[in-house]
Design a protein around this ligand. Sequence first.
Ligand SMILES: [Zn+2]
Length: 222
Amino acid sequence: MEISQGVHLIKGVRGSNCYLVTHPELTLIDTGMPGQHRKILSYITSLGYENGKLRRIILTHHDLDHMGSAADLQRVTGAAVCIHRADADCVLGRSPRRPFWKAWLSSLATLWPEFRPPEITRLLEDGQNMDLLQVIHTPGHSAGSITVKYGPVLFVGDLLRWGRVFKQTPRCFNEDSSAIRDSIKKIASLDFDLLCPGHGKPVFGASHKLRELGSRWSWGRQ
Ligand SMILES: [Zn+2]
């Protein structure tokens, strides 16, 4: 479903939201749990693109529900897989996930028959640009969590969630909840309209709504 010009939310992907940016080249943002690649590929095909047109996969962070199908998509399409350097070792199993229960959960993930880690072809850093996409380092949920800005659209991964208002991801899911506040303040200063979270619905008019969250925290006094 096209939710904004050149931005699609691929419905029916299990795990996280999976977004496709089509202009100027095909970029996928997050991939859902393992086993979701066929659904994602058939959506890309339904738009009239061949699989090989997928240029890159950007992972907002290392969690399995976001990177689970990256390896299969990479195998079929040859797309580059990009993640912030601070999360790369978790994807490759070279450093343990935090908080501790994620390390435990990820050891179970390796038993998942369809799961393999992707080959990371590009390490991302704050401020980096790829075509019209800008990488913003927004640590907290994980050390290498990123937000991706595409014109007036922000893809924030698990930085925050939307209920009736914006909320932080619950503390127990985060590596460093105090860093999340700083990251949310960082994106609140940007010029944007549509916020695309890793879970839940995309939010229009989000800049204004995010400022409401800021006023609850009394940002002006800090
Ligand atoms: Zn998630």
